[in-house]
Ligand binder design. Structure first.
Ligand SMILES: [Zn+2]
Length: 184
């Protein structure tokens, strides 16, 4: 967006983020903002928007742990512009996050490719640019996302379902190991 007045947070977003907070997931935003590099808006707007998002979410008890923005243009050849993994690598270092166990939720093909490049899993949401990208381009995606869902609330449903299924599987494997150990 090119002005703070264009910021609108979907009504379901704060509760969805709060569920991730409560489940102990770090919630991190990585965003391409080449409009700054192109001079469409000042780079200071990026921080202004992120501060406003923080404040609006805080009212509902939701928290984003960190924001990373790439202000460069595609032709600058930086390592942070999605689908390059620079921002995720930095987030992983600064927040002790394992990318292999992480999820990327996004509305652009670059987000799905980012997840693939970083060894993370991805969920594509149909809000924002999502529905158009999905209808017109998903047939040609080299790496399909793990899930395609209506919005962030549904994405969080999938993440929490999958995480509890994975945890149950780990428990079962652990119990099986213990049983075998006991039999020896
Ligand atoms: Zn960059």
């Amino acid at each position: 967006m090119n002005h703070i007045t264009r910021l609108h947070i979907y009504p379901f977003t704060p509760a969805a983020i709060r569920r991730l907070n409560d489940a102990g997931f770090p919630v991190i935003v990585v965003t391409n903002q080449s409009g700054a590099g192109r001079g469409f808006f000042p780079e200071s707007l990026i921080g202004e928007v992120h501060d406003r998002i923080r404040q609006d979410l805080a009212v509902s008890g939701a928290r984003i742990d960190a924001f990373y923005a790439c202000p460069h243009r595609a032709e600058d050849g930086c390592e942070c512009r999605k689908p390059c993994t620079g921002m995720l690598q930095r987030a992983a270092r600064e927040h002790a996050v394992a990318l292999a166990g992480s999820w990327v939720v996004g509305d652009r093909q670059a987000d799905v490719d980012l997840a693939h490049n970083a060894g993370a899993r991805s969920i594509f949401v149909l809000t924002g640019y999502g529905r158009g990208e999905y209808e017109w381009h998903s047939r040609n995606w080299p790496h399909p996302p793990e899930f395609v869902v209506e919005n962030l609330a549904a994405a969080v449903d999938r993440i929490l379902e999958r995480e509890s299924a994975d945890a149950a599987e780990r428990d079962a494997a652990h119990r099986a190991t213990m049983t075998r150990g006991g039999a020896r």
